[in-house]
Design a binder for this molecule. Structure first.
Ligand code: P6P
Length: 335
């Protein structure tokens, strides 16, 4: 056990990196870790729906069974509310912000934006899914949080992370001083440091996108796909196409092995599909901190103006050299 460093130990240790830290952010990250363990437990038995009951029905214990994204949303809201360090929450599952109005929370320093269970349609086929979170300092001075507290650029994020519920459950986060990954050891119920100081390769051999939308892709993306498929040994092409349909899983794989994830504008998603506030900005923060890049095809994701809670954006993210090449194609062929 002596070699194992738990998430809690790591957070406290790193708290000293912030001279004025009084522990609020540390407690906020701890609260997220607690909810992640509860969601992990439910995600990992989702396949037992026949026994446990389908969403919207009651299980053999007579309890109502919730859809897992609803369950995950409730767990993260509960953990953040009880923890007292967050005054408002924005969630993919909720149209409007959720005010945390208990005595301790309403003057808390932070707000949290999250996608509680991204890719949840994959649950039924046992494919990895994830939670994405983004933490900002509030702009409003005191009292209940406000919508304005969330209308900040990604560069203002204090911390960001994701939890991937896959062959193992991992929590990966950054506070702006590098990226660290923790793997849940269910035997002790702790996230343990397994991927210290994660750095993504400058280039890779994987491109991830839903090529089923090819006919509606911008010309720059079409040209980039053909570039990925050309034979060229010096640049290790052709690349491999790997697309899981769960951004956290695709981004996590590409973060480790190198690669690029692209969700461009399409006919059904003319502004892109992914959400700026609680998907693209937090993933971009992590990817940049690991040495990668994240753009909308032209501009740095984290510099885009956040105008609405559920605003969508095209997303080109991953190994720096691959994102640069894809954006060159966009500049040349899709001005
Ligand atoms: P499509 C999941 O719904 C998600 O938001 C991302 O996690 C994933 O990469 C993408 O949408 C999949 O979308 O249109 O390819 O099925």
């Amino acid at each position: 056990m002596s070699k194992v460093k738990t998430l809690g130990q790591f957070i406290i240790e790193k708290q000293n990196d912030f001279p004025f830290a009084k522990g609020e952010l540390s407690r906020l990250l701890r609260d997220i870790g607690i909810a992640a363990k509860i969601v992990h437990r439910e995600v990992n038995k989702a396949g037992l729906a026949d026994i446990l009951g389908e969403a919207g029905e009651t299980n053999i214990q007579g309890e109502s069974v919730k859809k897992l994204d609803v369950f995950a949303n409730e767990q993260f809201i509960a953990a953040l509310s009880v923890g007292g360090e967050c005054c408002a929450i924005a969630s993919e599952e909720n149209e409007d912000i959720i005010l945390v109005d208990n005595e301790q929370s309403k003057n808390a320093k932070y707000v949290v934006a999250m996608d509680p269970l991204d890719g949840s349609s994959n649950i039924d086929v046992n494919v990895s899914v994830g939670t994405i979170f983004s933490i900002y300092r509030r702009i409003s001075l005191s009292g209940p949080g406000t919508l304005e507290d969330f209308m900040q650029r990604g560069t203002e994020q204090v911390a960001a992370g994701y939890i991937i519920y896959g062959s193992s459950t991992m929590l990966v986060y950054t506070t702006g001083k590098g990226v660290n990954g923790f793997t849940l050891d269910p035997s002790i119920g702790e996230f343990c440091l397994s991927h210290p100081n994660m750095q993504t390769p400058k280039s890779g051999k994987t491109y991830s996108m839903n090529e089923g939308n090819y006919v509606h892709f911008p010309d720059g993306v079409k040209k980039y796909i053909k570039y990925c498929q050309e034979e060229d040994k010096p640049t290790k092409r052709p690349y491999s196409s790997r697309y899981i349909g769960s951004a956290v899983a695709d981004i996590h794989r590409n973060l480790i092995t190198g690669g690029i994830y692209i969700y461009p504008v399409t006919a059904s998603s003319p502004s892109g599909k992914l959400r700026l506030l609680y998907e693209c900005n937090p993933l971009a923060f992590i990817i940049e901190q690991a040495g990668g890049k994240a753009t909308d095809g032209y501009r740095r994701i984290m510099e885009l103006e956040t105008k609405t809670l559920h605003q969508r954006t095209p997303f080109y993210a991953g190994s720096a050299d691959m994102v640069d090449t894809a954006c060159e194609f966009m500049s040349r062929f899709s001005k």
